[in-house]
Design a protein around this ligand. Structure first.
Ligand code: AGP
Length: 610
């Protein structure tokens, strides 16, 4: 879950590396460090805490040189300390690493028995010692990294620099992401595309089991065994500005307001408004395939899991298919039965979440066809899948997912409608209605964001001292309640729970008193009347009631203390509207509390540990 970045070229490396780390800081932020080759030796500066601590340390001890590596850490092995921060150095070698070396204990014992002095508690330092040992045995850097990796088991994206080969980096990857950037007379590596975007749009996404030699002239890629590989160079159409705050106080706020644009991009070229259909050429699921699907499994974690729950609703309602939602980590914790004709949809913003990746791999091994819904192009999950549907939300930097969630809902609705049409499960008329509704979504989302901004800010002020907040919803609004609660927990550290509105009377109602804000989702759909009864039950227990209701709902206005309004819309599109005030509310509570909204404590954007 760490971020790595590397540079070989003609410019000073340190500012470029720090800039790359700033874009990667969402991946981990408990310590950071740089190693830069000054032509004679490698100098390292590391600091505990956020990147600004490293920047301060660099003012005191500047690093000069045109080849270097940088790292931002989310601790897995070893506590947060400067000694455990990367880069790790052994002899002539400096290494940065994202991943986990599983056999590090055994390798450490072997190295120590031969006299190596391992100073940190990390698994990464072992790689530095292995490479140094191979260099001392007379190998060049490339060969030394190759033989070292042959001894290593586990996940890694590494970049290695050696005193002896000043203008070169060796990088390699297995199960952790690594992207190479090709500039004019300079070459980059990084954990993701946005880290490199300000410098180049020509990128290579490295595959598992590949090693690359980076010089200012470009890259040479081979398998770990040494077989040459001709890489596919992608030209990325994300602009660097997409990864900037553009005047917003936080990335999260910017990303909340970017949602209409994210949905426009996700829909672009995929809606067939004339026929009321989805252009699914890219999905890789023919009409015959769609007819043969017996059951749908939706696998995901966290926010993506909440999107999956709404996806289940779409598949059941529109395609009339059995659909099951699974937390990816729990799917693997059982012995799941995969039947012929099972379709697994793995949903992941990052496309790298290890639980989701491993669950999808397990399903594939057992015979399922796997489709990925992901935002990061070329990431691990779409790469292992049989087909993919990319959301086009652009880089999401805030750790709390917002625009990727609504883009996932949009992708799931398109996918369900595509399958439903192929199976003749939905009428052409209903399909046309939905397609028209989807086309109007960005416009409706803009209205909701503008219309609820002030209200959510004032609610956040009033609820600032609340210790618990409840979110209630029924049908597709239940996952929205869960997502509203998750957003609040993640960034404001306020205890929040989402409940199925009908379940409240079976226990959670005991939590309600006059200190507990209860946010009830009652948009006008087939579940509204029952949820209104649950709202009244909460009110009768003294709860401070906020209703998220459809414009003109006088009953909601009378019963609730406050109402956040959404425009009338097709019931299948409502989740994309009702989530917006909940995102804003969580944001304002967190901002007023003064938490680190974009990088909340203990979290990381991409979770590549189990
Ligand atoms: C979202 O706000 C969270 N930070 C987290 O739950 C996230 O959704 C989860 O880790 C899954 O990530 P993914 O979509 O990249 O797979």
């Amino acid at each position: 879950m760490c971020g790595i970045v590397g540079y070989v070229g003609k410019q000073e490396a340190a500012p470029i590396l720090v800039d790359g780390l700033r874009r990667l800081e969402y991946r981990g932020y408990d310590s950071a460090g740089l190693a830069v080759h000054d032509g004679q030796k490698i100098k390292v500066v590391r600091a505990v805490g956020k990147l600004r601590e490293l920047e301060k340390a660099l003012v005191a001890s500047p690093l000069i040189g045109t080849t270097g590596i940088g790292h931002t850490r989310w601790a897995t092995h070893g506590r947060v300390s400067e000694t455990n921060a990367h880069p790790h150095v052994a002899g002539d070698v400096a290494v940065i690493h994202n991943g986990i070396i599983e056999n590090h204990m055994a390798l450490r014992a072997q190295l120590e028995a031969k006299g190596a002095r391992v100073v940190s508690d990390t698994d990464t330092e072992i790689i530095a010692h292995l490479v140094d040992e191979q260099l001392r045995a007379g190998k060049d850097l490339e060969a030394a990294v190759r033989s070292s990796l042959a001894q290593v088991e586990g996940a890694y994206a590494i970049a290695v620099s050696s005193v002896k080969e000043p203008a070169k980096l060796i990088v390699a990857k297995n199960a952790s992401p690594l992207v190479l950037g090709l500039g004019e007379g300079e070459t980059f590596c990084g954990s993701d595309i946005p880290a490199l975007l300000p410098y180049t749009t020509r990128m290579i996404v490295l595959d598992d089991g590949q090693l690359a030699v980076l010089t200012h002239d470009g890259v040479r890629i081979s398998t770990l065994a040494g077989a040459p590989i001709e890489p596919a160079i992608r030209v990325i159409d994300w602009s660097p500005v997409m990864a900037e705050k553009s005047g917003y106080k936080h990335f999260m706020l910017k990303e909340i307001f970017e949602q209409p644009r994210a949905i426009e991009d996700t829909l672009r070229g995929r809606l067939d408004r004339e026929r009321g259909d989805i252009d699914g050429a890219e999905i890789g699921l023919s009409a015959e395939d769609a007819k043969r699907v017996g059951r749908v499994y939706l696998l995901a974690c966290g926010t993506s899991h909440h999107a999956a729950m709404i996806g289940r609703h779409y598949f059941e309602k529109l395609a009339r298919m059995p659909a099951t939602v699974e937390l990816a980590s729990e799917f693997r914790a059982r012995d799941p039965v995969i039947l012929p004709g099972d379709l697994v949809i793995a949903i992941s913003q990052s496309g790298e979440t290890l639980d989701t990746l491993m669950a999808a791999k397990l399903a594939k091994e057992r015979g399922a066809r796997v489709l990925a819904i992901a935002n990061v192009m070329g990431s691990a999950i779409p790469r292992m899948a049989d087909g993919e549907l990319y959301t086009r939300a652009g880089p999401e930097i805030g750790v709390a997912s917002t625009k990727c969630f609504t883009a996932q809902l949009c992708a799931l609705l398109m996918l369900a409608l595509y399958v439903a049409r192929r199976r003749d499960a939905v009428s052409a008329e209903r399909a046309r209605e939905l397609v028209e509704g989807m086309a109007r979504l960005p416009h409706l989302m803009r209205d909701v964001l503008q219309g609820t901004r002030q209200l959510t800010l004032s609610l956040a002020r009033r609820h600032l001292d609340a210790r618990d907040v409840l979110f209630l919803g029924r049908g597709p609004s239940f996952p929205i309640a869960l997502e509203g609660a998750l957003k609040l927990k993640e960034i404001s550290y306020v205890h929040a729970e989402g409940y199925a509105a009908g379940e409240m009377k079976h226990g959670p109602i005991a939590l309600i008193d006059s200190n507990v804000p209860v946010i009830v989702l009652v948009p006008r759909d087939e579940f509204r009347d029952k949820s209104m009864s649950n709202l009244q039950e909460a009110k009768a227990r003294g709860g401070v009631i906020v209703a998220i209701a459809t414009e003109g709902d006088e009953e909601a206005r009378t019963l609730a203390d406050e109402v956040g309004e959404v425009p009338p819309a097709d019931s299948d599109l409502l989740p994309l509207l009702t989530i917006l005030p909940l995102q804003l509310y969580a944001y304002y509570v967190a901002d007023l509390k003064g938490t680190d909204v974009d990088q909340p404590r203990n979290l990381a954007k991409t979770v590549t540990v189990e």
